[in-house]
Design a protein around this ligand. Structure first.
Ligand code: DX5
Ligand code: ZN
Length: 217
């Protein structure tokens, strides 16, 4: 299981320090939420912030923006190791995924809670990561929507033996880390349950052990 703290819930005035704490606690990658105020009703950060935090943990950049294909090169150049676009925001998904790989990053697709996993049937070989949204994107700190469990199981069946990460994003906490691992998730994205905790490093460790205990049970 990979643990990916989402910096959306970190203190942006002390971002370097927040990242150092989860890095020291063994986080595997950092999840970076980019919002455009159109695809989702919120605005966050863009390429300059990504550039300034690169060269530390691998960056898992989640684009919640319209026409993401126009921005692929910019975000890969800024430092995205994984670049994830929303299927709902992109009319030409196969082309956009090829652009991501050609630009030198791993390709990801995110699915809103209402989107069926079968929409990916004809791009399965173009994917390195699928991000199952377990909240409607736009804000941290929302409640987990439990239909994500069945979606992860269906996605796993669709993916077969392909080497694709299955990530889950939204409302992830110690309580659902185990069931998510059993359903087939391989990346846990967690914002408020890590950076809202008194000790973010301990929160990373708790997520990891909850998911590993569940898998070996
Ligand atoms: C929401 C973002 C998430 C967010 C998750 O649109 O995609 O990555 O940071 O926050 P929590 O873990 O607080 O639900
Ligand atoms: Zn996200």
């Amino acid at each position: 299981m990979r643990i990916a703290p989402s910096i959306l819930s970190a203190d942006f005035a002390a971002l370097g320090e927040a990242i150092a704490r989860v890095e020291a606690a063994g986080a595997d990658q950092l999840h970076v939420d980019v919002m455009d105020g159109h695809f989702v009703p919120n605005l966050t950060i863009g390429p300059p912030v990504i550039e300034s935090i690169r060269k530390r943990l691998p960056l898992d950049v989640h684009l919640m923006i319209e026409e993401p294909e126009r921005w692929v090169e910019t975000y890969v150049k800024a430092g995205a190791d994984y670049l994830t676009i929303h299927v709902e925001a992109c009319a030409h998904l196969e082309r956009a995924l090829s652009l991501i790989r050609e630009a030198g990053a791993k390709s990801g697709v995110a699915l809103n809670p209402s989107t069926a996993p079968e929409v990916l049937e004809y791009v399965l070989d173009d994917l390195d990561l699928v991000l199952v949204m377990s909240v409607n994107p736009g804000f941290g700190g929302q409640s987990f929507i439990p239909t994500a469990y069945e979606k992860i199981r269906r996605l796993r069946a669709l993916l077969g033996s392909r080497n694709v990460l299955v990530s889950v994003d939204g409302g992830v906490k110690v309580e659902n880390a185990g069931p998510l691992a059993r359903a087939g998730a391989t990346v846990l994205v967690a914002g408020s349950s890590v950076f809202g905790a008194p000790d973010p490093g301990a929160a990373v460790a708790a997520l990891r052990s909850a998911s590993e205990v569940a898998k070996s049970a």
